[in-house]
Design a protein around this ligand. Sequence first.
Ligand SMILES: O=C(O)CCC(=O)C(=O)O
Length: 257
Amino acid sequence: MTATTAPTLESALSDLGATPDALTDEQRARLDADGFLVLPGLFAGDRLEALRARVEELQRAEGPAAGHEVGRQTGAAMLADLINKGESFESVFTEPAVLAAGHHVVGDLRVNSLNFRAALPGEGHQHLHSDWGRPVAGGDYHLCNSMWLLDDFTPDNGATRVVPGSHRWNRAPADELTDPTAAHPDERLLLGEAGTVVVFNAHLWHGGTLNRTDVPRRGLTMSYCRRDEPQQTDQAAHVRKAVYDRLSPAARFVLDV
Ligand SMILES: O=C(O)CCC(=O)C(=O)O
């Protein structure tokens, strides 16, 4: 009988292709300095179409309850617990470059959650915030997020804004800003074509902006947390048998199921 070896973080990342060469040194340096990294065309083509189609099906099926697992937001359409809601989402949390970036930011990681947010026409503006509730010092990061652009993000349709470098400030926007809804002098809009992924250190100050068009601006948020932190979606509690059975040992390790 052959004994199977339980995956380790290193073996899981390696099996999934999230090896050191999944990112260049320059990309890692940019993620460190700016707090975000744009990866154009990462899932353009059939993958993009499959994800859009599944999101549209789920929105029809879930109706007004959609997003209830993580709490609904005014001005936005939400979906949550997506890893359990379609096979096309399984290649999102195992995407080598994004996983490698998550590992670079938080070290020993597991999936935090995979959700969907669409800024609705005429709405969607958010406070500048960090996804981690409190400032951290010395690069002790707990959370890395990524925005998967299901539509082009344009200056008009509610693209995410970020304040480059703010993840290194060890300050919370709510404590620093008189009006966290106002434009920040250093903010930048994350613009790109559908099929782009923007990985961002979730300690970076960021937020959705107002969608001035008449169609929703859609994106998936795929986040990883440190392995010793609670997940936004408790994957072991939620994972469906069909999903578990399909996943490789390495993917199960990253999901922590
Ligand atoms: O959808 C976006 O542009 C950003 C969403 C976000 O930052 C959030 O909901 O915390």
